[in-house]
Design a protein around this ligand. Structure first.
Ligand code: FNR
Length: 372
């Protein structure tokens, strides 16, 4: 029986366990998108802490694709060069470095959460002193009223769409040069690709709006561009919102997610990472332990692709049960990895009976801590 401590094999990659650090924005770059000491220590600690996969935060494929001016980016060779020591360290610690490639769409140009998360207009600076910019939207008229205030927007025209696809392709090439082994396309949480997927935010009448095929076109084109440059021996993931949690209106739902997951598998996607929501403030989400797992399970049952579950996982036994009961192939852990950077080592200690095997998972520098 497969369990949480069993490696996950995808193409030529094998992870040491099925625990991944879920992507989490740190908003800790200067307004140049370059990683800082914070990123090196933050991501490095979780590799030391036993995660099988250490994924970066949403990393912007272009400057206008950042949520805030302080987001991490991968739009130049300087970014790739600055990220390389981080991927090297993660690998040295036995982890697999992964990058989440993102474009924030019309949710871009905001201040950091701890500076109010307010929109910054293109000709203004926010409380942090950083300047804003005009954001890209599939349909500016459909921008959901998150807080009554919105940044200045531009409707994505054909050349903007081609620019986004090219930016994803170039970002994937740079990610490879930086030493990442998994590229995850962020198509969830109300950011650009999800904005195209959902009829709530996509009111277009061209080839990118209307039917399921049209609304999914941009995601499919972005994934095809990434897959084109990402080597055959390395996996590609896509994070989706399994549902908008807006059952009272025409929206993105689990049936469409299953259908999309199958299409993505045909394009060479190896794992679909199933999150949810983030598109509209009317969403009704329950939260709590395993709150998104039923969505992951439905994608796993309905589509021919490996699936990652995320949300409300805090205990090793809980994560282990998701794998043993074949509800998911990978467990992504977010906030618990902020509370405990050593969640991976904790899982090995809790789930592995052989003390020698436990000790082997610990960094040599820390191994004496496994002796009582
Ligand atoms: C997040 N989340 C998130 N998701 C994503 O796809 N890209 C991102 O950059 C971020 N950023 C982020 C920052 C912080 C501080 C938190 C807490 C969360 C969502 C995250 O990856 C995860 O899906 C959720 O937190 C649910 O999982 P947990 O926290 O219940 O394990």
């Amino acid at each position: 029986m497969t369990d949480l401590l069993a490696g996950l094999s995808l193409r030529d990659l094998e992870t040491r366990n099925r625990i991944a650090v879920s992507p989490m924005c740190q908003y800790s770059c200067d307004p140049d998108g370059l990683p800082t000491e914070w990123h090196r220590v933050h991501l490095g600690s979780r590799a030391v802490g036993g995660a099988g996969i250490v994924m970066t935060e949403a990393t912007a494929v272009s400057p206008e694709g950042r949520i805030t001016p302080h987001d991490l980016g991968i739009w130049s060779d300087d970014h790739a060069e600055a990220l390389e020591p981080i991927t090297e360290f993660i690998r040295e610690q036995g982890g697999v470095p992964a990058i989440q490639l993102a474009h924030a769409g019309h949710k871009a140009s905001k201040e950091r959460p701890w500076e109010g998360h307010v929109p910054i207009q293109p000709d203004e600076t926010g409380p942090s002193g950083a300047a804003g910019w005009e954001v890209l939207s599939p349909s500016p008229d459909a921008y959901p009223p998150f807080d009554g205030d919105r940044p200045a927007m531009r409707k994505a025209e054909q050349d903007d769409i081609e620019g986004v696809i090219d930016a994803y392709r170039a970002a994937a090439e740079r990610s490879l040069a930086a030493g990442f082994e998994i590229a995850e396309v962020h198509a969830a949480h109300g950011y650009l690709l999800h904005e195209f997927l959902s009829p709530v935010t996509n009111h277009r009448e061209d080839d990118y709006g209307g039917s399921f095929e049209n609304r999914t076109r941009l995601v499919r084109e972005v994934v095809a561009a990434v897959r084109e440059v990402w080597p055959d021996d390395k996996p590609v993931f896509v994070r989706i919102s399994g549902t908008d949690w807006l059952d009272d209106r025409e929206s993105w739902d689990i049936e469409q997610s299953v259908r999309l997951a199958d299409d993505l598998a045909d394009l060479g996607v190896d794992l679909v990472d199933v999150s949810s929501g983030g598109l509209h403030p009317d969403q009704s989400i329950s939260g709590g332990p395993n709150f998104q797992v039923p969505l992951a399970e439905q994608v796993r049952e309905g589509a021919d692709v490996a699936v990652g579950a995320v949300g409300g996982v805090t205990e090793p036994e809980q994560a282990d049960a998701l794998i043993r009961n074949e509800r998911a192939d990978l467990v992504l852990v977010g906030r618990e990895f902020l509370r405990d950077p050593y969640f991976g080592l904790r899982a090995t200690g809790d789930l592995e009976r052989d003390p020698d095997a436990v000790a082997k998972e610990w960094p040599v520098q820390y191994r004496r801590a496994t002796q009582r």
